[in-house]
Design a protein around this ligand. Structure first.
Ligand code: G1P
Length: 289
């Protein structure tokens, strides 16, 4: 029996995706496709592969298609069965037969990312928890994905963990930026100017916290915006001598919350598509090199 059993992942999906408008006017950004799967499906598969048992989606009234995607679709399955589309039927069935339980909680008020995570407390109760931000796709290059490694480290040490990566200086003002001492996170600042950024190491949207962190989320309501902020809660947690360790990303990341990151994801995932990847590569070579 592991000392620090970690089973639950909070996935906040209540955000409105304004950076991808007009595509996200009537479709949740998490449902935009990368090749033939919606973004959220890659994220859920990453979570399952990392060995978690429960996902808690924090949702908004406009996001019911995300829940529907992981439900059984009797109508579709009946039609595919009738038309003897065996491969498609198997694929559609596998989405609703995932080896993980999914629960949803509505974030009734738009009070920020910290508040979204707090909404999961009645389900998480006293356990440690992971947070996965679904805008960010991470394609693994090793046998085990980065989230698996974060989880493994937490289960060994009981210390909170955050996945970080390097970015170009011009992009520091778009992310949470950390200052490290060896692997320990000494400070974190949200979307700093290049001048104020303590490094070019950014937070990729994969976090593991011990349960005490909920207290800090609750106490971090911004007096300006009235929102509960995740990054300032992390900074208060650190200031109170709670240790959070960083782990450097090994896979490739794609920030699908912005147009350029989303485009890169489509091209890279398409090039690795079993069915059409080779031909797509030929097409790009013939037309764009
Ligand atoms: C959020 C976090 C930020 C992190 C980023 C990763 O920002 O607040 O610290 O670096 O996700 O995607 P958002 O994308 O919500 O602006």
């Amino acid at each position: 029996m592991k000392i620090n059993n970690l089973n639950k992942v909070i996935v906040p999906i209540a955000g409105l995706g304004t950076r991808l408008l007009p595509a996200t006017k009537a479709i949740p950004k998490e449902m935009l496709p990368v090749v033939n799967k919606p973004i959220i499906q890659y994220v859920v598969e990453e979570i399952i592969e990392a060995g978690f048992k429960e996902i808690i989606f924090i949702t908004h009234s406009s996001k019911s298609s995300v829940e529907n995607h992981f439900d059984q679709s009797f109508e579709l399955e009946t039609i595919l069965k009738k038309r003897v589309k065996r491969r498609l039927l198997k694929e559609v069935k596998s989405i609703s037969n995932l080896k993980i339980s999914i629960q949803t909680i509505r974030q009734g008020q738009a009070l920020g990312l910290g508040h979204a995570i707090l909404c999961a407390k009645p389900i998480v109760q006293k356990e440690p928890f992971a947070v996965v931000l679904p805008d960010m796709l991470i394609k693994k290059i090793n046998e085990k994905n980065d989230l698996f490694e974060l989880k493994k480290e937490f289960e060994k040490s009981g210390k909170s963990q955050i996945l970080v990566g390097r970015i170009q200086k011009k992009d520091v003002s778009s992310y949470g930026i950390v200052k490290l001492q060896n692997h320990l996170i000494k400070s974190i600042v949200e979307k700093p100017s290049l001048k104020k950024a303590p490094s070019n190491l950014f937070v990729i949207g994969r976090y593991i916290f011990n349960n005490d962190f909920f207290k800090y989320l609750k106490n971090n309501k911004s007096s300006n915006s009235g929102e509960f902020e995740l990054t300032s809660a992390i900074q208060s947690f650190i200031k109170d001598n709670n240790e959070i360790y960083s782990r450097k990303l090994s896979g490739n990341y794609y920030d699908c919350g912005n147009k350029l990151g989303y485009l890169k994801a489509i091209v890279d995932y398409a090039l690795q598509d079993e069915e059409h990847g080779k031909e797509f590569k030929k097409y790009l070579k013939n037309n764009y090199s």
